[in-house]
Write a protein that binds this ligand. Sequence first.
Ligand code: ATP
Ligand code: MG
Length: 270
Amino acid sequence: MIAEQEHATARRRQNGTIIELVDVHKRFGALRVLHGINLKIERGKTHVIIGASGTGKSVLLKHIIGLLKPDEGAVFFQGQRVDRLPDRALTPIRRQFGFLFQLSALFDSMTVGQNVGFPLTQQTRKSRREIDAIVGSKLGMVGLDGLQDKMPAELSGGQKKRVALARAIALDPAVILYDEPTTGLDPIRADVINELILKLQRELGVTGIVVTHDMPSVYKVADRVIMLYEGRVHFEGTCDEIRSSGDEQVRRFIEGRAAAADLSGPTEKE
Ligand SMILES: Nc1ncnc2c1ncn2[C@@H]1O[C@H](COP(=O)(O)OP(=O)(O)OP(=O)(O)O)[C@@H](O)[C@H]1O
Ligand SMILES: [Mg+2]
């Protein structure tokens, strides 16, 4: 254990890596999704993951918080190997993550305030008053303080995303995983979410991992861009590097061009 901690400290000093995936493979039956993912996530930076629908972006996020286990390979958090940990040992690690799920489901039968306070009532022993104060401050961060007593059904799509984001930061996570946070929003509301991603990075120092299809979002929030293709990291670099990349797959993706195979292949799920 001590050796492991020393290892962790050494790792942090070395390169500021907070999360590392080493040769991660994952298949579901005959479907091979991840085929040797190697990736380092740097503390305090925002990483954006792009790639075609079904390439395993959500599956990758789930490996990071241990909702899925790799068939081969390893996942490290702060230098500690986490993919083999039992659920009990994962709980304190998961508390350091905020997860904005792809279908950012709020609990429809709870008020906005109860939704945001949910992780606090579940995972802490804080008093009602303390929780109310935290809920107010988190809703304030996303620009929605005062909406505590509304029901989710009364909110717009953009407001729901922001409430889900307030809930994701309730426990002051070190890392926030955003799975398609702007999908389904108009460009203005999408930009509000992008601004919030930047604000949380700036004000809370969080490490961000954002999955998106939206190239304006990529250019706005990304310190590092990672493109998945055929189960591997096909490209990794800055916004400037991806813009000037000559790689055919990268260009097709960022310019939104279909290949002949896309036109003749089976219909996509969306
Ligand atoms: N629990 C699971 N069991 C079986 N198959 C799964 C499971 N989770 C994901 N898959 C399959 O793995 C592939 C990758 O899924 P994933 O959800 O990661 O794609 P994605 O890149 O997030 O796509 P999208 O952009 O549409 O959200 C898909 O073909 C999906 O159907
Ligand atoms: Mg997905």
